[in-house]
Structures are given as C-alpha cells and as structure tokens.
Ligand binder design. Sequence first.
Ligand code: MG
Length: 377
Amino acid sequence: MATMLQPWASDPAQSRGRRHAEAPAPTRDDFQRDRDRIVHSTAFRRLVYKTQVFLNHEGDLFRTRLTHSLEVAQLARSIARTMGLNEDLCEAISLAHDLGHTPFGHAGQDALDECLRRVEPDSGGFEHNFQSLRVVDVLEERYAAFDGLNLTFETREGILKHCSRRHAEELEQAEPGGVGHRFLARTQPSLEAQVCNLADEIAYNAHDIDDGVRSGLIEHEQLLGALPLFSRFHVEALREAPALAGKRLLYETIRRMLSVQVYDVIYTTATLIREHAPANADAVRALPPLIGFSPGMRGEVAQIKAFLRQQLYRHPRVVDTTEGAKQVIRGLFEAYRVQPRELPTGHLVADYIAGMTDRFALREYERLVGTAPIPAQ
Ligand code: MG
C-alpha cells in the first residue's frame, strides 16, 4: 500500500540543500542521492568489521555495525512508509547514523574520549554522533570538488542525533543556523530523524537480546522472569505453535516484540500529529518530539534496557573484552602521538583511530605497541 507523503514529511524538493551547490541528478531526488553516496562510501564498508556489542571476530552470527544499521533502516523505512513520511530520507539517515563509531563499540568510544580530553581539554572530547557528521562532511575523500559526501541538510541533521553544547557552538560558528543550531535553540529535527532515533533503539534492544541468548550470556528463562513484554509474546508464540523451542521460539518471540513496538510508535505518533497538526515539515522542528512510544510501551522498553545493561553489557565476559579494547585504543593513541610519522598526513589522531575497523586496530597495536590484550582473529 503506497501512501502519499504527508504535508509534515520532508520533501526533497524543499530541501535546505547541500553545502556545495550541485546540479540535480537526472533520475534520483536529493535524499535518494544521499542514500546512494552513503552506501558507496568507505566508512560504510568499514561498518562490517566494527563491533556492535560482541567483538567482530567473536562469532559470525552476531550483529556488526553494518547489520545493525541495515536493521535500523528496515524499521525506520517501515514506520516512515506507513506514516507517509519520507522513506528515502529515513534510509539515508539510518545507514549513516553509526559511521562515526570507533572500533570496539562503546568501550572504544569511551577510551578515545578520555584520551582526547586529556591532551586537548578544550576539544569537547570524542562523540560518535559528531564524528558521524565529520565523516560525511569532511573525512570521506571521493569527490573532486569537495571533501566529504556533500549531503543535504536534512540527512546531516538526522545523522547528528546528539551533540554537546561545545560541539554545537563549533558547528554554529562554521555554519550559522545549520545542523548545530537545534542543540542551542532546543528544537527538534525532522520527523524522519525522530523515526530513525527510535528505530535505532528498537533495533538494538531486540538484536542484543538475540545475540545475548545466542552467545550464552543470557538465558531464555532469565528473560521470561525479568521482562513481561518478552514473556507475553513467548506465551503467544507457544500458543500458536506448542512444539516450538530453542532459537525458533526465541525468534518468534522477538519478532512479535519488534512488531508491537513499531505499531505502538505508529499509533502514538498518529495521535500526537493529530493533536499538534504541523502545517509543514519545518513546523515540526518547533514542536515537542512527535515520534515516540506510548507511556506503557516506554515503561516496557525501559525494562529491556535496564535488563540488557545489567545482564549483558556488564556481564564479566563483555567487561573483560571491554577493558582490553580500551587498552588497545589508549595504546594506539599514545603511539601515534609519540610517533606522528606513523600517521598518514592530514589525519588527526582521533579521526584516524575512529575510522579503524576492530581488526585493523588490533594489527596496528601489535605493530606499534605489542601483543594485543584481546585475541586478534
Ligand atoms: Mg545505532
């Protein structure tokens, strides 16, 4: 069922445009063109070798940053299509949202942030959302006429999901009224950007449960005890197929959880949009956030997050590799600072490390520092 774009959807014909003017493409609109540029970028290909939660080489079936980004894009497009929002913009934002992630997931980011703040206290440290924007604005080297991918304002706005005041001021100075402005004015991004934020959350909550159970770090029974949303759909799946067990039962439960969250967002948002009746896409920016869960679902999602934090992200086995990963990042940072010759010209140390895949970071560590504290592949 194709839905017409609603008046509050982002319209590529009304885009605030690119930083460097370009002739329109003959067969694609500007958001489709953004999406294509992202898929062809170097940073996008690297996502396949970057950790989501489990280190990239711990198992072939766990999510990587790339498969996570594809799952986010699927959920965001699905919500956008149903609601008459711009599906292509959602896809572009989703595929690019994690381009700035360091190797080794959040552990890598935290370590890089500490290193950067130590040597440059005024730099504002390292933020992966800000870095994702740097990748598409500056770091990709592909085009003759400009650095970066020269994406539209709307895609860049969506990529910059969070931003510290320090970095927002920096952006505002370089680009007054640009993508940093909303963090100073405390306004919202487009509805498509809001959809992607929530799709990100829905995706990782679901796939971290899946990966957690597959890895053996979480037991199916623990989920039943701790998460009413999970046990509700576990019961429903068994009612429909009583013989179901193991990973099929897990997946039948998770897919129902995914669907109910998506439906909840769609219904809750439809109500909020009716209530606020934005006149156009730009009017959305001055309103409160319109894409969200109902209060009941918000509570269920908070339970999932708390459970995963406690049982998975802080699991001794995950924490062990986390500590090793931090050591690798710290070691690399010091090595490049002491021997700037080791760094390709023009790359700042943090940009260079952030761009690495897990396995390249480990190889570089072994070359420059010594035996890596976590096993290389
Ligand atoms: Mg993400």
